[in-house]
Design a binder for this molecule. Structure first.
Ligand SMILES: NC(=O)c1ccc[n+]([C@@H]2O[C@H](COP(=O)([O-])OP(=O)(O)OC[C@H]3O[C@@H](n4cnc5c(N)ncnc54)[C@H](O)[C@@H]3O)[C@@H](O)[C@H]2O)c1
Length: 297
């Protein structure tokens, strides 16, 4: 018995890398999987049906039920078509893994409008669009008196959670995805839908194209910490019924590590109990840091 027996999952960007590993493990655990991938280059240019189709062929060869989808999930209509395909092909939808992504790195002073828009569109709007259509489906079922449950697993990045330099478009979108996860978890709680988020680290073309082949290289022997497949067990668990009590959380995941991220939380404060004058504020503001760093490295 797999932990996802009878479930229907969509995984965006599952033609390669981390998403491919997630599709494989979820299928091995019994899910029927719609493998979405537009099949573009790492920077989002072009399209190709072969990556998604190849993963479907692999899943079917292993005895799983799978279907390919080539829609661009960064549009509301592409996401709608993906969700509809899952429902029409496999009779429903239980799990959404938002994973598709691209990179176009630049310092903010070199960032073009086109590269800002392209990255924010695929990551942030791409997450929102599939989440929107899936949640509308689950809410519609609840309104019709049917029992509902759903699982959403989003994909953030430590670049967004820590604010890495050189990736302003990507980091802003990924931080937004962590926030969208918390909002979705709150909005969908009454429909038994959970939303969680991972920030993975794995050797994929996004990494090798950015940092070269030697960073995160596979060891000649021993545990391959950065193998993309290592991300899939946490995602599969978060997709299962057993994770119903966990929602709105962000986890860093790589190798055998699963690390819970603390959300933004209120820190020290000062209160003048009246409008500050700037000079008084300047004299008091360092109390907020109490010896801690007041600017990044
Ligand atoms: N690899 C890492 O270390 C790392 C770290 C942090 C976050 N991530 C995130 O993990 C996710 C997966 O990335 P990966 O490393 O496996 O990269 P990858 O390039 O191997 O896979 C991403 C897939 O998404 C697909 N895709 C891109 N735009 C799409 C669109 N509009 N519609 C449908 N499919 C689309 C691509 O064709 C590609 O197959 C991304 O969201 C990425 O930002 C990866």
């Amino acid at each position: 018995m797999g932990v996802l027996n009878g479930k229907v999952a969509v995984v965006t960007g599952a033609g390669r890398g981390i998403g491919r590993g997630e599709a494989h493990l979820m299928a091995a655990e019994g899910a029927s999987v719609v493998v979405n991938d537009v099949g573009g280059e790492w920077d989002g240019q072009g399209q190709d049906t072969r990556p998604a189709q190849q993963v479907v062929d692999e899943l079917e060869a292993a005895g799983a039920k799978a279907a390919a989808n080539y829609d661009d999930i960064s549009t509301w209509s592409g996401a709608e078509s993906l969700v509809r395909q899952a429902i029409e092909t496999f009779g429903g939808l239980d799990i959404v893994v938002n994973n598709a992504g691209i990179l176009r790195d630049a310092m903010i002073f070199n960032m073009t409008e086109e590269n800002w828009d392209a990255v924010v569109k695929v990551h942030m709007k791409g997450h929102a669009s599939v989440t929107h259509h899936a949640c509308a489906y689950w809410r519609g079922k609840a309104k019709a008196g049917e029992t509902t449950s759903g699982r959403i697993i989003n994909t953030s990045s430590e670049a967004g959670l820590y604010g890495l330099k050189g990736q302003g478009n990507y980091a802003a979108a990924k931080a937004g995805i962590a926030s969208l996860t918390q909002v979705t978890a709150r909005e969908m709680k009454k429909y038994n839908v959970t939303a969680n988020c991972i920030a993975p680290r794995a050797r994929t073309r996004l990494i090798t194209n950015t940092f070269g082949d030697t960073v995160m290289a596979a060891p000649e022997q021993g545990f391959d910490v950065f193998a993309p497949e290592n991300v899939a067990p946490l995602v599969t668990y978060l997709a299962s019924d057993a994770s119903a009590h966990i929602s709105g959380q962000v986890f860093v995941v790589m190798g055998g590590l699963v690390q819970l991220m603390k959300p933004w939380e209120a820190g020290p404060s000062i209160d003048n109990e009246a409008t500050w004058d700037v000079e008084t504020l300047a004299g008091q503001i360092d109390k907020l840091f109490d010896g801690a760093k007041s600017s990044p490295e």
